[in-house]
Design a protein around this ligand. Structure first.
Ligand SMILES: [Ca+2]
Ligand SMILES: [Ca+2]
Ligand SMILES: [Ca+2]
Length: 585
């Protein structure tokens, strides 16, 4: 039996998953940006060649390398010695620079060349490759939770195996998602201007009813915070709670944290884990080194808002679930609304009290499953009337893929609910329950990282604890909790659905559970330990799940075996190139 929950949420039926996220996310978003920038984040691409198009090329210059006289004149304009290399398409020529130089230097050379009246344009010949991993700075500095378990992760002068990593690179070699795959994120809404979500959001909906909490004396629209009940805009307006709010509504708003509680930007964190933009630059969001990356960046998010200040109500979550798959539900003003982009995956990083799955939830789960969607839900962060053995609702409903959380060393996290309903364990960070770890609270490796805002109240607000103080706007934040763990599984499910569009919810579940890695020996969930049988099939393994969904071709032998055919290799290369070009637009 696990110890009593450290972070009990007394009163409100919701926000269980939010509870553990609050102190971690808000406190740590600012700690993160105070960390030193690794030198690798400042590295620029090195340029070795220049593409030059002449204004009035001679005929021979279009089919042969440029002559010595022309090259000498261009070198004089460039201020750097170059040599002829070859003609290229578009009536341009490629020249070699006498030495490799940074992109900044090469841009200066190109600018000087462009001032030559004989030059129509000059462009540094950028190196290109098919990216298999995100180039975002955080991939190497923070995102241990995506790593292969065989790799080590170094931060805070500590190097540890990423035993709990979700092993994504092998899955990314097959797909990074498809825009036809829709993941509904039922949460606090999203910050639509966050650069990590640019181009990834579908038209969602705000399902928070105007009267949430009214039985506890909470004013109309207090939880919603956007001055109305249900509406078509799922923007996260912030869910901060003041100490005065907690005193005013003690049965509804007491989150167990003394004083003010900052906005969580919880839905934005979950969405960023699932679809965060790849390769959008070291300075995006500022400061440098904080760009993160999603698990299925080419999938799409349907943002559905159901949690606000102090949480929310199951009835709003349930309506959002049905809306997610295209079932008409009551929207603004009581009229029926229908979602035109039905989701195939529903992320529920939230939960209520323990106890059996209610009929209301089970019916909703049955409806969305019948519509072809897989609901994935957090087991809960230390919430249950009888300790934390037993998943919360709706994770404990039949047909939901229930997720518990493990830390960087693969052991179950102290906060994570477990139980026979759990399907799989996924990275959530935090303190391991049994196995010792050098990773401590406030270390990078303690958290799972994704997109948030600096602001402590509204989107435009500033953060007095940031470095430098009073930053606002996009940020990266570290969360611990079964919420993050759930978003990781949703991202992997999106990859699998992208690779196998015909996969049913049951098949997606089977790909994930049948390929999970064993719980680490001696850990809480391993054979012979108290958690045996309570933590699901094992640790989430995206590469193994993808191999189950899309079996690799047999090696050796004749007819169809062996390596990928050339056209497939070209396709992969083109895919990488396309991703790079998009990221630069
Ligand atoms: Ca509203
Ligand atoms: Ca709204
Ligand atoms: Ca990014």
């Amino acid at each position: 039996m696990k110890p009593a929950p450290k972070l009990a949420f007394a009163g409100a039926a919701f926000a269980a998953a939010l509870v553990a996220a609050w102190p971690a996310s808000v406190g740590h978003a600012t700690v993160a940006v105070a960390k030193k920038k690794p030198a690798s984040e400042l590295r620029e691409p090195m340029i070795r060649q220049m593409i030059v198009k002449l204004r009035n090329p001679k005929a021979i210059e279009l089919v042969e390398p440029l002559g010595a006289e022309r090259v000498a004149a261009l070198s004089a304009s460039a201020g750097v010695r170059m040599s002829a290399f070859r003609p290229m398409s578009g009536n341009a020529s490629v020249l070699r620079l006498e030495r490799a130089m940074t992109l900044t230097e090469a841009n200066a050379v190109a600018a000087r060349l462009a001032n030559d009246p004989n030059v129509e344009y000059a462009s540094p010949d950028l190196p290109v490759r098919a990216y298999q991993v995100p180039q975002d700075a955080s991939y190497t500095t923070r995102l241990w939770h995506y790593y292969p378990p065989t790799r080590t992760f170094t931060a805070d002068n500590k190097t540890v195996p990423a035993t709990g990593g979700a092993n994504l690179e092998g899955a990314w070699a097959v797909t990074r998602g498809a825009s036809t795959v829709v993941v509904a994120v039922i949460d606090t809404g999203v910050v639509s201007m966050h650069p990590e979500l640019a181009g990834k959001l579908l038209q969602g909906y705000d399902f928070i009813s105007s009267n949430v909490g009214i039985a506890d004396g909470v004013p109309l629209n207090f939880v919603a915070g956007d001055n109305n009940g249900r509406d078509a805009d799922p923007e996260d307006v912030g869910d901060w709670v003041t100490a005065q709010d907690k005193a005013n509504y003690p049965n509804f708003c007491d989150d167990g944290v003394a004083g003010d509680t900052d906005s969580s930007w919880h839905g934005t964190h979950m969405a960023g884990t699932i679809v965060g933009v790849w390769n959008n630059g070291v300075g995006n969001p500022p400061p440098p080194g904080t760009s993160t990356a999603g698990i299925a960046p080419d999938a799409r998010i349907l943002p559905l808002r159901a949690l606000g200040k102090c949480g929310g109500q199951s009835s709003d979550v349930i309506d959002a679930m049905r809306f997610a798959v295209g079932i008409p539900v009551q929207g603004a003003g009581g009229g029926l609304v229908v979602n035109g982009t039905p989701a195939q995956i529903i992320n529920l990083s939230l939960g209520g009290e323990g106890g059996a799955c209610s009929r209301a939830y089970q019916d909703a789960v049955n409806d969305v499953t019948a519509a072809g969607a897989l609901p994935i839900a957090a087991s809960g962060n230390g919430i249950n009337g009888v300790g934390i053995v037993g998943a919360s609702q709706p994770a404990n409903c039949s047909g939901v893929l229930a997720v518990t959380a493990h830390t960087i060393n693969g052991d179950n996290a102290t906060y994570a609910n477990v139980g026979p309903e759990i399907a799989v364990s996924s990275p959530g960070g935090g303190t391991p329950f049994v196995l010792t770890s050098p990773i401590a609270d406030l270390d990078v490796g303690y958290y799972t990282w994704s997109s948030v805002l600096f602001g402590v109240t509204t989107q435009d607000s500033t953060n007095p604890d940031s470095t430098p103080p009073n930053l606002s706007g996009p940020a990266i934040g570290g969360f611990t909790g079964t919420s993050s763990a759930t978003a990781h599984v949703a991202g992997v499910a999106a990859l699998l659905k992208s690779a196998v569009p015909s996969a049913t919810p049951a098949q997606l579940r089977a790909f994930i559970t049948s390929t999970a890695r064993p719980h680490p020996t001696g850990g809480y969930c391993s054979p012979g330990q108290p958690g045996e049988g309570l933590c699901g099939a094992g640790l989430l393994d995206a590469a193994a799940a993808m191999s189950a969904a899309v079996p690799p071709p047999p090696s050796g032998g004749g007819g169809g075996g062996g390596a990928l055919p050339l056209w497939q290799l070209l396709l992969l290369a083109a895919f990488g190139l396309a991703a790079r070009i998009r990221s630069r637009s």
